[in-house]
Design a protein. Structure first.
Ligand SMILES: NC(=O)c1ccc[n+]([C@@H]2O[C@H](COP(=O)([O-])OP(=O)(O)OC[C@H]3O[C@@H](n4cnc5c(N)ncnc54)[C@H](OP(=O)(O)O)[C@@H]3O)[C@@H](O)[C@H]2O)c1
Length: 326
């Protein structure tokens, strides 16, 4: 029996409810692979699940993405082998661990061009950006694209990828320092949306043109202004709620603001089966290899310091991706 160090939550609440505990890990069952994890990614969703905004059956692990090496495989596993470097983003909750068993069909083998650290910080956030710029709205040259929280993990990847596809990208962020990071990530313009009048500033930098698509993962604090920034027949993509959920929305408003389209998508259905997941991952790895998407590890933590990770992100003190090492 292998010993695994895992982060466990037995009640929802503040970051301190996360405890690192040692548990027996059985050998991988049929269809599973055992992964010795070398790098773990943080995602904002982890905060929502730890805090109970998106409740899970308790007790529960936390975390969705990691990379590592296959140490053992269960019966019938043919798509990965012992020694393969692999990553995952949708293999069941519990990525905050040093070793774990996951369904082999949820793993992608990493090419030599993608390090474990890059994979662990990019596979969930990068696959999110991938479906947002390729499927939810296939970004075209000449599009005006507005990306909220553009200095964040998904925000930076989304901005650089949309720029590489030929769009004019306007990013928002909450401080001048974060605006500078958003520009470095590929935004043509970056606006401090903590200040009043940012919608007017957006229209000023675009010469009065509104956005073909707005990517909004902030939610409550930005959603109604996002409608004001969207061109007639344009698309508002509400893909998160960092400031809280949008409530009591009246669909008639979409008509009044210019026959807008609204969607609330998720990365998981876009990567539900192994073939689609691996094809999308290949697209992401190509974007990394060709420099369309860059790895920005803004801060690093040990697994033991997991409480600090959640405190700092919730305090809006992080930029880019957070990397956790076991
Ligand atoms: N639907 C999907 O498929 C999907 C998949 C992955 C992630 N997401 C969503 O994408 C967003 C970004 O995820 P991430 O992991 O890359 O996180 P992140 O962007 O690194 O961190 C969240 C950012 O949201 C901004 N923010 C605005 N209001 C906030 C508030 N009241 N409290 C905390 N932060 C606030 C902050 O940037 P500023 O300080 O610049 O405002 C903060 O840095 C999250 O909302 C997440 O749920 C959705």
């Amino acid at each position: 029996m292998t010993q695994a160090r895992v982060v466990e939550v037995t009640e929802f609440g503040a970051p301190e409810v996360m405890k690192v505990v040692t548990k027996d890990l059985p050998p991988p069952a049929a269809g599973e692979a055992q992964i010795r994890q070398t790098a773990i990614g943080f995602n904002y969703l982890d905060i929502s699940q730890r805090g109970g905004a998106m409740p899970l059956p308790l007790p529960t692990g936390i975390g969705h993405e990691a990379a590592g090496v296959v140490e053992a495989v269960g019966e019938g596993v043919t798509d990965v082998r012992v020694g393969d470097r692999v990553a995952y983003m949708n293999a069941g909750i519990g990525a905050y661990a040093d070793v774990r068993n996951v369904a082999a069909g949820k793993l992608v083998v990493l090419p030599a061009s993608v390090s474990d650290e890059a994979a662990a910080t990019l596979i969930f956030k990068g696959m999110t950006a991938q479906y947002l710029v390729k499927k939810t709205h296939p970004v075209q040259p000449g599009d005006i694209v507005l990306v909220h929280s553009a200095a964040g993990g998904v925000g930076q990847i989304l901005s650089s990828w949309a720029k590489a596809l030929g769009a004019t990208v306007v990013g928002t962020a909450s401080t001048p320092e974060k605006c500078a990071i958003a520009r470095k990530a590929g935004c043509d313009f970056a606006i401090d949306y903590s200040k009043p009048g940012w919608v007017e500033e957006f229209l000023q930098v675009t010469g009065g043109r509104k956005a073909r698509v707005v990517y909004d993962a902030v939610g409550k604090d930005t959603f109604y202004q996002s409608l004001d920034c969207t061109a007639p027949f344009g698309l508002v993509v509400l893909y998160g709620a960092a400031s809280g959920p949008v409530k009591d929305f009246e669909p008639e408003l979409l008509n009044k603001k210019g026959c807008l389209f609204l969607t609330r998508p998720s990365v998981f259905p876009h990567n539900a089966d192994p073939a689609t997941f691996r094809a999308n991952a290949a697209d992401l790895f190509d974007a990394i290899a060709t420099g369309k998407v860059k790895v920005d590890i803004g801060q690093r933590f040990k697994l033991e310091d997991i409480v600090k990770v959640h405190q700092q992100v919730k305090g809006r003190a992080t930029t880019g991706a957070v990397l956790i090492t076991p």
